[in-house]
Design a protein around this ligand. Sequence first.
Ligand SMILES: Cc1cc2nc3c(=O)[nH]c(=O)nc-3n(C[C@H](O)[C@H](O)[C@H](O)COP(=O)(O)O)c2cc1C
Length: 375
Amino acid sequence: MTSPMLFTPFTLGNVTFPNRVVVSPMCQYEAVDGYVQDWHRAHHARFALGGVGGAVVEATGVTAEGRITPSCLGIWDDSQIDGLATITALYRKYGIPTGIQLGHSGRKGSSASPWDGAGPLDPSSPEAWQTVAPGAVPHSEGWPAPHALEADEIGEIVDAFAAAAKRAVAAGFDFVEIHGAHGYLIHTFISPLSNTRTDSYGGSFENRIRLALEVTEAVRAAIPADMPLFYRASAVDHAEGGLDIGDTVRLAKALKEKRVDLIDCSAGGINGPVARTRIPQTPGHQIPYADEIRRDADIATMAVGLITDAAQAEAVIAEGKADLVALGRELLSDPAFGYHAAVQLGLADPESVLPKNYGFYLSRRREALARHGKS
Ligand SMILES: Cc1cc2nc3c(=O)[nH]c(=O)nc-3n(C[C@H](O)[C@H](O)[C@H](O)COP(=O)(O)O)c2cc1C
């Protein structure tokens, strides 16, 4: 038996994650008018029963126009709280802290689901909407020009984040994540590749991060003081003239001052004319960003990106490269990753990560198999 670090608890503010494996936010493209459906409950129940230590619900629009596709979740109206509360209830029953990713899609909104090509909806379609951005620069060739936000419209979006955060608390979420990555609104303000403004929201680094900081302040003020606040950043743009890790360390320091507790370290997505459309994906390719931000900005981090096996996840935590690991596609493939990792890493009583309804039988099975030299 060993004591894997992956299965040690981690406390931030008033929340203790029972282990370090977290469900990464994953859009399901199954919402109707922003409302939670049975699919969302089924999706999250798979993880709630499989041994994760935390979960982040998918990018959820703080306004209807802030959704990515018409089938994305929304949190712009009080009537959306009850559906979201059915997801938090699922996880709460098994002691798993749950967060929600609050997002605004910006110029990447009004788009089709991935299996329909993920391109922009035809602007004449009744489902399409006018997108917004720091400037009237399309996401890439073939995308409609977004509306360049006026200063008062930026203020309305900041207010929408705050109102959404209040609804998240009402829905029973234990923490909130601000979506500042992947070429969506906040990221388009931060990246010099997409921010063409000449007012106080454009130009210098301080001006480009202004929206991120204003959203953070507004969300922080809207949630309990001891509730953890996560921020997902695209640590690098992977494009000439775009954001590099030094910029994101600076951003992380500024966010920490505004009482962000953890940086969820993703990358890419800005997709401007000079950007590469895809970042090269190799196993654990974004772990170095979580490591560097954790060290240089002295803030907790979550690593994500092709983390697919127990030893790799354990090394991230044991080597102090991040405080949490987020898994997306691996959990789609194996929702019991947490349990399987506990067995593989030699955790004493690995079934303790499962609800008793499964754990009781699986521990007996494991013992029976062990008697026959099988694991
Ligand atoms: C189906 C799907 C939906 C996703 N939706 C979101 C999302 O809502 N917000 C977000 O920040 N990232 C989203 N992502 C990215 C994941 O959170 C994660 O960062 C990425 O898949 C890399 O991790 P993985 O290799 O473990 O899948 C999505 C990924 C997938 C596969």
